[in-house]
Design a protein around this ligand. Sequence first.
Ligand SMILES: Cc1cc2nc3c(=O)[nH]c(=O)nc-3n(C[C@H](O)[C@H](O)[C@H](O)COP(=O)(O)OP(=O)(O)OC[C@H]3O[C@@H](n4cnc5c(N)ncnc54)[C@H](O)[C@@H]3O)c2cc1C
Length: 271
Amino acid sequence: MATNHAETSHGEARARREPPPFRHVTVHSIHHLTRHLVGVTVAGSDLQGLTIEQPAASVRLLLPPPGRRELIMPSWNGNEFLLPDGQRPALRTFTPRRVRPGEVELDLEIVIHDTGAASEWASTAAPGDSAAISGPGRGYAVDHDASAFLLAGDETAIPAISQLLEALPTKTPVLVRIEVAHPDARRALPEHPRATVEWCDLPPGSPPGDALVSAVHSADLDPGTRVWAAGEAGAMQRIRRHLFEDRALPRARASVRGYWKHGRRGDSADA
Ligand SMILES: Cc1cc2nc3c(=O)[nH]c(=O)nc-3n(C[C@H](O)[C@H](O)[C@H](O)COP(=O)(O)OP(=O)(O)OC[C@H]3O[C@@H](n4cnc5c(N)ncnc54)[C@H](O)[C@@H]3O)c2cc1C
């Protein structure tokens, strides 16, 4: 029986459910979508049965330790995954952009930024490199009765926003506002007949998410609008406060998710 370090609100030990087993994959191909976004296709028979039913879902990507090419499998200690030497593995969350079940392939789109295990891996990965996938984690339940949608995100949210544009009802207006840290991070997005896409440049030296927060503040929102937002965790807090306090938007009408946290490794930004 697994030991556990998680606690309930009464301070008692609580068993965390072990995540589903990892699926081994190898890198099949890599292509640059923009200078800062790399498309990585991973493949392997373990992907059989992986289905993604909702847009903006997630998978966890297990990577080899920094500077190594062979994957070391961690084990679950009842609370978290640990490598045999007790270190935490490089485990990061990404949007499963496309799954091709027949070809047992999965496309990921990974932002290249200053430093980070996944960012470094994606910029040096080569066909045949090993990795592993677990998931999927829950995605976004589309409300087909919404009068409009606002999709707001930074570069890490571009894969999820792309999926949402493919999934949202074609009759409903969609305003998309995306913050980019570099002008050349703009890219073509899937067509949606009622979507308006606006790119917001982050002024050099500004904290990540600043331009996105302003873009959400200035958005003209119909009362029946559903909001989906993802990006840097601190900026997402500001967006939540603005939506729920200033605009009194019912909480059920918004999904606002921290995808990463400025100055912190790993991606459990909302934890
Ligand atoms: C549900 C979900 C879906 C996600 N989908 C995607 C996706 O499809 N594509 C994608 O690229 N990311 C996605 N992310 C975000 C991604 O998991 C994080 O950006 C992650 O931290 C990247 O890992 P890393 O090893 O490169 O950097 P880390 O080792 O985690 O961080 C190292 C340093 O880089 C900073 N950092 C992390 N990410 C960024 C960034 N994007 N820009 C600038 N600085 C950063 C950290 O604050 C830290 O200081 C998603 C996250 C979640 C929770």
